[in-house]
Design a protein around this ligand. Sequence first.
Ligand SMILES: *Cc1c(COP(=O)(O)O)cnc(C)c1O
Length: 410
Amino acid sequence: MTLTRDDVRTWDATDPLRSFRDQFVLPQGVIYLDGNSLGPLPRATAVRLKDVVDGEWGTGLIRSWNDADWIGAPQRVGAKIARLIGAAADEVVVADSTSVNIYKLLAAALAARPGRRVILTQAGDFPTDTYMAQGLAVLASDVDVRSVTGDICAAMDESVAAVLLSHVHYKTAARHDMVAMTSAVRAAGALVVWDLSHSAGAVEVDLTASGVDLAVGCGYKFLNGGPGAPAFLFVARHLQACLNSPLSGWMGHAAPFAFEGDYRPAAGIDRFLCGTPPILSLAALEVGVDLALAVDMALVAEKSARLWELFASQIQGRCGDMGFTLISPSEASRRGSHIAFAHRSAYPIIQALIARGVIGDYRDPDILRFGLTPLYLRYQDVVGAVEILREVVETEAWRAFPTEAGGRVT
Ligand SMILES: *Cc1c(COP(=O)(O)O)cnc(C)c1O
């Protein structure tokens, strides 16, 4: 079956999500395939931030902690994210960064499993996960962090307290079977901390139905919360009373404004807060989360799969002999919402694409990664991006670009 431009235009014209593209600021001449790394700016964000800055901060001043419910923002936005990931409203809170939340939940899990001193991480997962575990082991010197290559279940034994896993892999997009892994780790007496950075807002997640105990995730990727948006954490209700945050800041205290002499954890999820919430960033994140809540995640998942199939088939059909190796799983239920290829000249090819307005990214050592974000990508964007990729390789235009990363961010 050969696909014509008309076919693709028809797909776009009948796409049930087509109206959402207008909700984002997308520069002319850009095909944005990096929403898995930094989501684009929602149109409503600038308006909302202006209100918060001029009205709530500028005029309301300190009164806005109560009058504009700044103080309730971590829980309010957390409750909205909870709806995206199949959690109850009082099981999610927005706080800190993903890295810091990993630290808090790993420390809490260790304390909840006395006698067990091993943390397992998966070799090749996003490095901050293992780094944070290693930092914890510096403070608690009897803790042993093991980075497992291959099957985590085979590395489980009665010394393991916690396992840290990315639900969707940041390079390959491979997705774990959350139900099976959670129950296997739990059967071995340990707790899994799921990192949902590439899942929340990207794929259907149901933490309650999956029996998940602990999770963290990122606000600036598929949730479109803006650069450095605060992250979220999830603690299943049945564990909240027996887990404690190692970062015992005043916002996690039972009575922050009683200014008591000693720390006493708040009841419920609030104890996982640490310091004063970043109100401007939370306001931006809330706009992104509201957009995600306005769509049916089943439609998002369906379009993501279709964008992926189109991308893969276009590469096969138009760049089949150009040295690209697909490294993402071909089964939709086994992957997230990006597609990745290995190529020996991946870095300069990505630079040449970016110079032509096709923004994807490079990941070490030889990976081209393209985010497929159903809220604002069109099928014609996929066809257009692959057309430009073919041109860059066919004409060897990429040879004009450096082969080594120059900027500090890749
Ligand atoms: C993006 C990402 C993070 C980011 O952590 P920050 O603390 O927000 O910088 C963490 N883990 C994974 C798996 C990610 O993809």
